[in-house]
Structure formats: C-alpha cells, structure tokens
Ligand binder design. Structure first.
Ligand SMILES: [Zn+2]
Length: 474
C-alpha cells in the first residue's frame, strides 16, 4: 500500500492486509514496517513543531534501513509539556482536550467529531492525554478483527451462540481510560449492542458486582487480572455463579497461577492482550498462548538502562515504542517503561510476528541491596512466590526502605493469618537469598492490599522510590 492509499484506510483493508502480512512471512512484515515508518517520520517532521525541533540534527530525507536508531528517543513529560507543538493538527490543543475529558458526558464521544481521546490514570507516573486519529482507530479495530480470534479454540462460536451472547466489561469508571472509552464508543456507534453488552465498575462494592454479574450471566467477560483473581474466589465460594466461555484480561500482570485457577474454576479460556494507551493493540495472543507483537504497525525496541538495544531473548529495562498508525500525535521511539523479552525463536504457530513476554507493567521491579552490589527482583517472581503460598487471597508488597519490605495480606477464610504470614516470609526470604540479596527486613502490614482508588487496579509490587501517594496512604 502506498502512503497515499494508507491515509484512507478501511477496516476490511487493514484486516485483509494484516492477514496477508502474516502469510507473507518476515519480509512482508519488515517491508510494511519500513514504508510506514518513513511516512510517519516525514509527517512528524513536517507537521509537528516538537519533532521538527527534536530531529533538527538528523539529516532530512529517508531514514533508510536501520535508520530509526538515529532518531533521539522521547519521553512522556517532554511531550506533555509541549502538547500543542507535539500534535500535527492545529485544531487540537491541550486546553481543548482537557476541557473535553473533564466532562464525563463526553465518554465514548469523539473529540472535534473525529479524534478518540484516552487519559491514563496516573497510577504509573503523570497522567497523559492521548489523541488517536481515524487512521489509528481503524488499525486498532482491524488488527483485533484479523488477529485476536487466533487464540480461541474451534467450536467456541457455537458455544457462545448456544448459551446466548452476553458480553460483560468490568473496568473502572472515572476517566477516559482506554478500555472504558473504546467500550462506550462501540455502544454509541452500534446502539443494538446495548442489548447484549453491559459495563460493570470494578470500583463498586464486591457483593453488588457479584449480584449484578449473577443476574447478567455473561458468556464473554473482559476485566483486569486482579479483578479476575477476585471473581475466581467468589465463584469458588459459591457466591458468584457464572459460566463465561472466554475471559479476556489486560492492563495488569496476569500471574500464571491466577490464569490456571480461573480456567479451572470457570471452565473457560483465559486470554491476555498487551496494549498501551499510546499504542494498541501492541501484541495479541495466538492459539498456543504466546503474545505476538503486531510489528507491521508498531515498532518495539527493547533497551537497557542506558538506552542501548537489548538482543532478542534477553530481558530489557525499558522499551521504546513507535506507533506507525497514528499521525495526529506521533509516538516515535517513546519510552514505555515496560520490561520485556522478545522471543529469539519463531513461534511454533507459524506466525512471522515476534513473540513477547511482558513484565513491570503496573508493577515495579525492586532494586535491593545485594551481597555483591544491587540486585533486581522481577515482580513476576516475587508475586508468584507469594501468590502460590497456601492461604493467600490477595497481597501487595511495598518497599518501605532500600532493604525493607512490607507485605499487605488478605488470607482465605478460616486460614490463620500468622501461619500464612510465616510461610510467605520464609518463601520470600528464600527467593531473595537465591537472588543474592543481602539481609532484607520483611514485615507484615496491619492493613490489607489497597486497590488504586482511581484506576481500580491492584498493583502487587511497589518500589519505595516510585511509591505513589494514592497507594501509600492507608
Ligand atoms: Zn504463536
């Protein structure tokens, strides 16, 4: 597709092209990425005052193969500070977008009749305002149509039809968050969906949420991973009685234990997507359960702490993302902050798209003093050790000081809190020693885990240096 044609993308065009690209192999992926990248960078340099300044020392003209690395990276604070220079449409201004999102009645409406706006909750840093043009929204939807179904087992459609299509979205209200906004937008575009789709807020009391889900009996359920863990316990306890066919999670770390337990308790498929408000959908699952990066539309560059590229198969400290679809607010080599591993080998499903493992989304990587310098402990390791301790219902680990961890714990009904805590402490102690940490003080907190009051998400691991006031207050 030429750049000119790509300005007028259609949903079927994107879906068809995505299908052909996957069939075409690594070369088809790379060539699309290259053409789209040149077009995006040219647009950013000509129409965004921010990028015109930022790239002043980079020679004009095509970047050529591998040329992306010559462009300096960008971060959210610098872009937000120069919001009006960042966007390529002079009709879009920070004051205008702020006024738009301040009105909750605008949820699911398009800004200026043509742009989709997301706000981030600020649970992982300062809030951002993200504007997507129609081109970007078409790619978002087209990719989901073409690639998201790959993870579902055959015969699923028949099961859903047999039980009745009822779709529940269990997310947070109170902001123009990605999931909430896209949900409301689809309802506005197709009011008929209101017959079989319903929104539930994770911020309402659990017994109310359980009662409403029991009445609705969803066959499809989308929610955060921590909410899924909670609903799984409610189902086990017999209070929740639903039989979804597919559960989709995103936005948080989905622990393997939580996934296995949910699949067993609900007897359903649990899938996971990787998306950011800056770039969506970054990765979608295949039938083998691997997440595949949509690298024909998004460039992901895993980097180390100094910003140097990290090879495939190795864990990164951060990741730079380039969104090839959105022209109104170009996102080029943008610091996303997630720690990822790009797969070194091709997935057995046959897709040429690289696989990815994601860590440190909403959870922090802890830096602890070691017997031989500083030690990094990944949230997945820490969370798995605590999560799989018998008797643990929900937990949160806070680093209060460089060598001091405080654990907030909810235990199963009937379990002895002190007993459970001793087991958690022993397992944590062992994990930290195996990581080469020096002595770390482990303490049980008086209070239970605190869900972010704004985003409704539960962050399992919080580092001292990055502790946010909203979670720290208790
Ligand atoms: Zn695969």
């Amino acid at each position: 597709m030429s750049e000119d044609r790509e300005d007028r993308l259609t949903l079927t065009g994107v879906a068809w092209d995505a299908w052909r690209t996957t069939r075409g192999g690594p070369f088809a992926v790379a060539s699309r990425q290259e053409v789209r990248l040149e077009a995006l960078v040219a647009r950013a340099r000509s129409s965004s005052r921010f990028y015109a300044d930022h790239y002043r020392s980079v020679p004009p003209g095509p970047l050529g193969p591998g040329g992306l690395r010559r462009l300096p990276a960008v971060g959210k604070p610098a872009l937000m500070e120069r919001f009006d220079d960042w966007v390529t449409d002079p009709a879009v201004s920070r004051t205008g977008v702020e006024a738009f999102v301040a009105d909750e009645a605008n949820l699911g409406k398009d800004f200026l009749g043509r742009y989709v706006v997301f706000t981030t909750s600020g649970s992982t840093g300062e809030p951002a305002l993200l504007v997507q043009d129609p081109r970007s929204v078409t790619v978002m939807t087209g990719l989901s149509y073409a690639r998201a179904a790959g993870a579902l087992p055959p015969g699923l459609g028949r099961r859903i039809v047999a039980q009745g299509l009822r779709q529940a979205a269990v997310f947070a209200r109170g902001g123009h968050f990605l999931s909430t906004t896209m949900f409301e937008r689809r309802l506005r575009a197709h009011p008929v969906r209101r017959r079989y789709t319903r929104f539930f807020s994770v911020l309402e009391p659990l017994p109310d949420l359980v009662a409403e889900l029991n009445a609705f009996r969803p066959t499809l359920l989308a929610t955060y991973a921590s909410t899924l863990a909670l609903l799984t316990e409610e189902q086990e306890a017999g209070r929740l009685r639903i039989s979804p066919v597919v559960v989709t999670t995103g936005g948080e770390l989905l622990l393997p234990a939580v996934r296995r337990r949910a699949e067993a308790v609900f007897g359903c498929v649990v899938t996971e997507a990787y998306a950011a408000s800056e770039a969506m959908p970054l990765a979608l699952p295949c039938r083998l359960g691997s997440l595949h990066v949509n690298s024909d539309w998004f460039v992901l560059e895993p980097v180390d702490a100094a910003g140097r590229p990290v090879p495939r198969g190795a864990r990164s400290d951060s990741v730079l993302v380039t969104n090839l679809a959105n022209y109104v607010q170009p996102v080029i080599r943008y610091q996303l902050g997630d720690s990822v591993v790009l797969g070194a080998a091709r997935c057995a499903c046959g897709s040429p798209l690289p696989t990815i493992q994601v860590e440190g989304r909403t959870d922090d990587i802890l830096r602890l003093p070691g017997t031989d310098g500083g030690v990094s402990v990944l949230p997945m390791a820490l969370a798995t050790v605590v999560e799989e301790t018998p008797g643990v219902r929900r937990f949160q680990v806070l680093q209060r000081a460089p060598a001091s961890l405080s654990v907030r714990l909810d235990v199963d009904p009937g379990a002895d809190r002190e007993d459970v805590w001793r087991r958690v402490r022993d397992r944590l102690d062992e994990l930290l020693r195996n990581h080469g940490c020096g002595p770390v003080d482990l303490a049980l907190a008086d209070e239970g885990p605190q869900v972010s009051p704004r985003s409704g998400k539960l962050r399992h691991v919080l580092a001292a240096v990055q502790e946010r006031p909203e979670e720290a207050s208790s």
